[in-house]
Design a protein around this ligand. Structure first.
Ligand SMILES: NC(=O)c1ccc[n+]([C@@H]2O[C@H](COP(=O)([O-])OP(=O)(O)OC[C@H]3O[C@@H](n4cnc5c(N)ncnc54)[C@H](OP(=O)(O)O)[C@@H]3O)[C@@H](O)[C@H]2O)c1
Length: 204
């Protein structure tokens, strides 16, 4: 039996990429997955795929780059009677180019998604997990968490936050049954860096 069997797992950014793959895999391992993103059609298709193979999925459509969206999502999930055992803060994006080549508003949204909503969801779910006797959090970072990346300055700084924050709360709550961890998809990290350098016409 898998350790994920019977666990309720909330995965943000589940409509594509890593979040989509994680949702499918966890459902295969017996988790009831609670998946969220903005694209409803993709979430519906994912939930259908999971249910066709005997799994359980619930969908919640939310734009997590909006202020207070984390709390809105938390309230909706609570109202549906779902108590989360594992939170996977995966939704995130970056912008490539010199700092001033993107609008301030775009960076505000990125920071809201990559940093503030991630923090809000941890803040909201940790007390519930502690009251339930334990839980787990995976905050998806990046190789960009480890060093400043020119032409991805805001993104790499946001991912550095994810690493520092995850390490700090792991220490704070480790004795209370909560495991928090940063996850750093290295293989993907290389791909994204190459993509980033290609975009701005430099060699990687
Ligand atoms: N892939 C890589 O090479 C790589 C490398 C290092 C780190 N990472 C990190 O891994 C995580 C996932 O990356 P990925 O490559 O799988 O990304 P992706 O394929 O672009 O998927 C991003 C997911 O996040 C969701 N999302 C984006 N903006 C959102 C918003 N405003 N509100 C709610 N959901 C939103 C998207 O769904 P909707 O568009 O439907 O909302 C989608 O489900 C990110 O945190 C990324 O920084 C990725």
């Amino acid at each position: 039996m898998s350790i994920y069997d019977g666990k309720k797992v909330l995965i943000t950014g589940a409509s594509a990429g890593i979040g989509y793959a994680l949702s499918e895999e966890l459902a295969k391992r017996g988790s009831e997955v609670i998946v969220t993103a903005r694209r409803k059609d993709r979430l519906e298709a994912l939930a259908q795929k999971i249910e066709n193979t005997g799994g359980k999925a619930h969908i919640f459509v939310e734009d997590l780059s909006l202020p207070e969206s984390g709390k809105k999502l938390y309230d909706q999930i609570k109202s549906a009677g779902l108590n989360i055992d594992i939170l996977i803060n995966n939704a995130g994006y970056g912008r490539w180019g010199e700092l001033t080549s993107h609008e301030r508003d775009d960076y505000s949204k990125m920071l809201q998604l990559n940093v503030t909503t991630l923090t809000d969801l941890c803040h909201l779910y940790i007390p519930d997990m502690v009251a339930q006797g334990g839980g787990g959090i995976i905050n998806v970072g990046s190789m960009a968490s480890l060093l400043p990346i020119p032409y991805a300055s805001v993104y790499s700084s946001s991912k550095a936050y994810v690493l520092m924050f995850s390490e700090a709360i792991r220490y704070e709550y480790q004795e209370k049954g909560n495991k928090s961890n940063g996850s750093f998809p290295r293989r993907y990290g290389v791909r994204i860096c190459k993509h980033c350098y290609r975009k701005i016409g430099k060699t990687y």
